[in-house]
Ligand binder design. Sequence first.
Ligand code: EPZ
Length: 419
Amino acid sequence: MEKLIINGPTPLKGEVNISGAKNSAVAILPATLLIDGVCTINNVPNIMDVKLSCQILEGLGAKIKWIDKNSIEIDTRNITNTIAPIDLTRKFRASYYLIGSMLGRKKEIEVGLPGGCNLGARPIDQHIKGFEALGAEVEITGGNVRATAKHLIGSNIYMDIVSVGATINVMLASVLAEGTTIIDNAAKEPHIVDIANFLNTMGADIRGAGTDMIKINGVKSLKGGQSYSVVPDQIEAGTFMLAAIASKGDLIIKNCITKHLECITAKILEIGGNVDMNGDKLRVWCDKRPSKAIIKTLPYPGFPTDLQPQMGVVLSLAEGTSIINESIWESRFQYTNELNKMGAQITAQGKSAIFEGVTKLSGASVYSTDLRAGAALIVAGIAAEGRTEVYNLEHIDRGYENIEEKFRNIGADIVRVVE
Ligand code: EPZ
């Protein structure tokens, strides 16, 4: 078993480069199934979820060639299977994008019900509603999802809930459908725009991504023959921004889209931190104890749920009493038990948590319960006094590229060891 050992506290200082967005890459890779050709994807984060996605694509007949550690050439001319490697699809959430892509490409697909972080109930009813509106039949049996269609025909689809996954999945299924599809009450996250840009680069006709109404005019085929670069990871950038604040450090965060970080910047400024945006980089620093805040997680451009645990670390060290209301996931406060082992004073109940700010955290052995919880515990370990051991690294490795190396390069005393 691997663990991270962190000795703190260390004020983080220096420059960090942001990788391509995980949640974009895990949708763009299945989206290549819509292409009858070859394409190259650059700025791909080298993480477990991407490696799994590649294995699944290979299981369906795609040919994958890693050009370097962040670029992949994908040949999807010969897609032979319509049953995805079931065990692999159960390992992560984004395998649900195979349904939209393969419905478009082959009108048929079977995948395992998607797994991923345990954040409470994660239904896919809005995905299914969209596929059915386009003319597909979807059946869930024996823990698998099987979707088939004779024809896919464009439709007007109103999403009952703002869902990132359902918006992308229905967009994927409608790219090669006959006629026009309109997705109303669509999610607006940066990676939705990124998937639409990728598909348009390959020959699709998608308009309005990034607004709450997306219009997809079906095209006959996607030919590929192009390269595309994945957008920088908003959540990785936000994780380092909050690490700078929690550790009272001073960081330059490079290769990011500062517009995507405005929702985080606003809260950092409110609690007394500093942010200076400059082109594709920003400086974040903090030289005093942050002050309390009230946070509610919301779909983009609201405060992202995927930065809620990292913000929780900052607020556990802030002056005064803070409140976080988690409005997206039922069960995203599991990390607070671990932070309390480090001396935090957090009371979490249902979808709310109260943070009585403490002046210091102390090192302890802690367990990541999911991906962002794991990132938050690393940040806490860097800010805490003494030795912290973080376990269950498989969650963290799913979504962060070289996380300990990136933190070490900005001064953290962090090593990975095999126990
Ligand atoms: C995506 O999950 C991300 N995952 C999550 O990132 C992120 O937390 C989430 O969006 C919200 O931003 C990927 O992109 C792979 P949703 P997704 O559909 O698409 C409910 C991380 O740490 N809902 O926007 O699965 C759902 O239960 C992860 O990187 C339905 O009720 O999230 C939730 O309450 C974790 N029915 C809300 O909508 C549906 O059919 C938003 O979920 C779909 C969703």
